[in-house]
Design a binder for this molecule. Structure first.
Ligand code: MN
Length: 336
């Protein structure tokens, strides 16, 4: 515990105290995160809700975009609303997690009234500090890790669902303790959570080894169509609406399949392209070296972490592929 205490200094104690004050002073809290939420954002939101409800606060959770299939087992996930047209809440505090800018919350941004206090908690580089209180730590493995540290300062004890949900946040944001975000702090917190009873085998099975047969077969087709470019340094995967329609599935059934783009030895950059519509393509970009793919994503209005970024391009699939592959080529050429 000693080294965990020491490393907590990375996040300002004053800022943590201000966040805890805001939590205690609130009565109605909207908790949100980025569009197309992932394991870290979903689980962190649920933990903040449990904590605030334990203080007697009223909480509403809203996200823009479906809960990915692999997180539908998470305890409490049914409390996250996604139909913004049904939004009817008047919060006195808004907690925004995992969002570099307020726009990243998508439609939720449009229902946040002027003058409502905003708490911004994030671990992405380039956060625009749009909150009344901003806690941004780009060295944190996950927002889940940050929430663990913040709420621990208030004496909150993680057990049962809250322990499991922080564990899932760290597990998924570190790629199963694989990415360089797998820090000593992340491991220490994970160890504390396992000590408090998290069943790591069950949780990992549920997130990563619980797909349906059509999901597995669709992934097979995506892998089959992998394209290798730039002398074997870039691997591009494509998930199309046509393929999803054929199997009656949706993009949210395939969160995480970009990871397959980095499976080939020698590939430095992996990209998953999704044709969201005829004129809009989403690219998830990954790297395994110190090549900064967030910089590539930012070139087109996206963002993320150095090894994991994303961008939505107003371009058809083929055009988007050309643009991203060219940008990766330029970055590789510059680094050579
Ligand atoms: Mn995260």
């Amino acid at each position: 515990m000693r080294s965990l205490m020491k490393s907590r200094k990375k996040m300002s104690r004053t800022t943590i105290a201000r966040i805890l004050d805001a939590f205690h002073d609130s009565s109605r809290v909207l908790i949100t995160s980025h569009k197309e939420p992932d394991g870290d954002s979903i689980c962190s939101q649920l933990v903040v809700r449990e904590y605030l409800e334990s203080l007697g606060k009223e909480c509403v959770l809203f996200n823009h975009g479906d809960i990915p299939a692999r997180y539908r087992f998470v305890t409490g996930v049914e409390n996250i609303h996604t139909d913004i047209s049904a939004y009817d809440f008047n919060p006195d505090l808004v907690v925004v997690l995992e969002s570099t800018s307020l726009d990243r919350t998508g439609d939720v941004a449009s229902v946040i009234g002027d003058g409502v206090r905003i708490i911004n908690i994030d671990h992405h580089e380039g956060n625009t500090l749009y909150g009344d209180v901003n806690l941004v730590d780009d060295r944190a493995s996950s927002v889940g890790e940050m929430i663990y540290k913040i709420l621990s300062e208030d004496g909150f004890v993680f057990k049962g669902t809250t322990a499991e949900n922080i564990y899932i946040a760290i597990l998924t944001d570190t790629g199963r303790f694989h990415f360089s975000s797998t820090t000593p702090d992340a491991m220490r917190i994970a160890a504390d959570l396992i000590e408090s009873g998290v069943d790591t085998r069950r949780v990992t099975d549920q997130v990563y080894f619980s797909m349906s047969e059509p999901q597995l077969r669709t992934i097979g087709e995506v892998i089959q169509s992998a394209e290798v470019h730039l002398d074997g340094r870039l691997c591009a995967l494509t998930l199309t609406r046509a393929l999803l329609d054929k199997r009656g599935m949706s993009f949210s059934d395939f969160e995480g399949i970009v990871d397959y783009s980095l499976q080939i030895n020698g590939v430095e950059v992996g990209v998953l392209f999704k044709d969201i519509s005829d004129d809009v393509t989403k690219a998830s970009i990954r790297s395994r070296s110190n090549l900064d793919v967030a910089e590539i994503a930012r070139k087109f209005g996206g963002g993320g972490h150095p090894n994991a970024a994303g961008v939505t391009l107003e371009a058809p699939l083929d055009e988007a592929k050309r643009l991203i592959i060219q940008a990766v080529k330029e970055t590789l050429d510059r680094n050579d």
